[in-house]
Design a protein around this ligand. Structure first.
Ligand code: NAP
Length: 271
């Protein structure tokens, strides 16, 4: 009998990841002959290091800072940044990006009418997660605005959009962005445990605005706390984490896992 198939989340740092809790729960639910672990990947040549993992792993999730290297390492990649890798039976590597899809699934659950109500989206940040969300949501809205500390990254994010027209909003004008958007997506590391925080201009928001923060450690960030206090609809980062993971699990095992069970397990792990 062959040993269990090995899966991992690779990144640097990676010890904080909730993915092992989520995937090992689903592996146990379905009694699969597989394991899932957190694997620190630190290398001067991450593309080569990722390719070399094919001798040990059947699949992987990829987190900061290796998403672009993961897409480059693959023979076929869905996007220029990948959060899911799958080694095929012929030894080739394929790369997927389930982050944007995961965000939309989570938004469907939190705000079922968003497709009708959201015309203008403000994305705070222009990193891998921000761009993944923008590319998933842009076919469904009229306008996507990026506000990012480093302006040229926001410009690159706009240039990469293929559907809704994109705009760059200067970081200093965040208040104006909050006032104009129907949906605000906080996709920077601000507010994450161990990272800087800031006060957000939630009082400028329209009453119907939805505030999403994709940070999930802590689950209630300062932004979400301030938005709830102002009576706004909010969405935390756990839904996106679970749905991007569920699609990864399906890509590896061909099984749709139980996302409700995953939320309970992850809340227990976070507590
Ligand atoms: P990334 O590619 O490294 O991007 C980081 C972003 O944060 C950039 O826009 C960066 O701006 C901004 N930033 C960092 N420090 C800042 C500061 N002090 N002030 C203002 N902006 C700052 O990372 P990522 O992969 O997009 O991840 C971003 C966040 O999303 C992380 O907290 C991650 O945990 C979370 N995430 C959550 C999920 C989920 O499933 N819920 C999935 C993916 C990511 P500059 O361009 O100016 O550096």
């Amino acid at each position: 009998m062959s040993g269990p198939a090995r899966y991992a989340v690779i990144g640097d740092p990676v010890g904080h990841s909730l993915s092992p809790t989520m995937h090992n729960g689903w592996i146990a639910d379905h009694e699969l002959n597989a394991t899932y672990e957190a694997l620190l990947l630190r290398s001067d040549d991450p593309v080569a290091a990722i390719r070399a993992l094919g001798s040990q792993l059947a699949g992987a999730n990829v987190t900061v800072p290796h998403k672009e290297a993961a897409a480059k390492a693959a023979g076929w990649a869905e996007d220029d940044a990948a959060n899911v890798l799958r080694w095929e039976s012929d030894g080739s590597l394929t790369a997927f990006n389930t982050d944007g899809w995961g965000f939309l699934q989570a938004l469907d659950e939190c705000a079922p009418n968003w497709l009708r109500e959201v015309k203008s989206v403000l994305i705070v940040g222009a990193g891998g997660a921000a761009r993944g969300i923008a590319s998933a949501i842009s076919p469904h809205v009229g306008r996507v605005v990026f506000a990012n500390r480093t302006k040229n990254r926001a410009e690159a994010a706009v240039a990469a959009l293929t559907f809704a027209p994109g705009e760059v909003l200067p970081w200093e004008q965040l208040g104006q962005g909050f006032a104009e958007a129907d949906l605000i997506v906080q996709a920077t590391t601000l507010g994450m445990a161990g990272q800087p925080e800031m006060s957000w201009p939630v009082r400028r928001c329209q009453r119907h605005a939805i505030i999403a923060d994709i940070v999930y450690r802590p689950l209630e960030t300062r932004l979400l706390r301030e938005a709830r206090a102002a009576g706004l609809a909010t969405m935390d980062g756990l839904g996106m984490l679970i749905h991007q993971g569920a699609l990864a699990f399906e890509l590896w095992f061909g099984i749709k896992p139980d996302t409700v069970k995953a939320r309970a397990r992850l809340l227990a792990a976070l507590a």
